[in-house]
Write a protein that binds this ligand. Sequence first.
Ligand SMILES: [Fe+2]
Length: 285
Amino acid sequence: MYTFKFDKGSNTAVLLSKVINLLSLKNQAIKNTLDYNISFNVIPVKGLDPAFENYRILHLSDLHIDAIADNATKLFNTIKKLSYNCCVLTGDYKFDAYNSNNDCCKTLMKTLIDKIDKQDGVFVVSGNHDPDEVIDYIANTNAHMLNNSAHSIIKNNARLNIIGVIDPVRRQTHDLAKATHYVTRADTNILLVHSPELVYDAVQYPVDIYLCGHTHGGQMCLPGNIPVQNRPGCERQFISGCWQYQHITGYTSRGVGTTGVTARFYCPPEITVHTLRRFKEPKYH
Ligand SMILES: [Fe+2]
């Protein structure tokens, strides 16, 4: 039997847990949180160098890993079967941000990073649930913590830049100018941000692709994946899946884990594999 967890510091989570209990939906709610959908998403990229044609990126977001009901066993087994060139993690590794015990989160994150295939690296940004202790811990593993910085993957003299900014939701010390300082528009540039709302600023910088999470796709949805409520600061077009904003192609993951309560309805957890494909038009005229 799995443990049903809820964030005791959140009134909404306490109320939701009571409703789920009252309706005898606890077992189904937890079962849903482990029903991973693997999404294969193709991203057309203008000017993509042939060296990066069919380049695959494993994208995991909002793991809240210390609350995953089976201690992430199914997640570890699932990612083992996937093939990809690099991995990106777009924030929220901890479940309850205000619980000072970070040990379970750190142990499971270490196991996860150890299990990820690190051909071209694991690239990480912080989320609003992550205490500094967790972020510092992850930064000392084999992953690249991107704190307003970028890392270049070079193949045949072509560059794919992975750019990452600090969580803009809680920390608000994100700096797109600093993070993109060394990248050029001639390269293919992927920006990692915990949440979608920075896209309005990102269009002013050399960013082609924007990968994020934070919304959990609504987590508690009506049949047909219809979110019951919007996330503050997040327009509905950005709540899950792929989207376009001006020249930027973006993707919001529904997330691997859960926030507030270990429950999902009509909004399965997501493991995403993005594939880059050359868009047949010239990038600049
Ligand atoms: Fe989250």
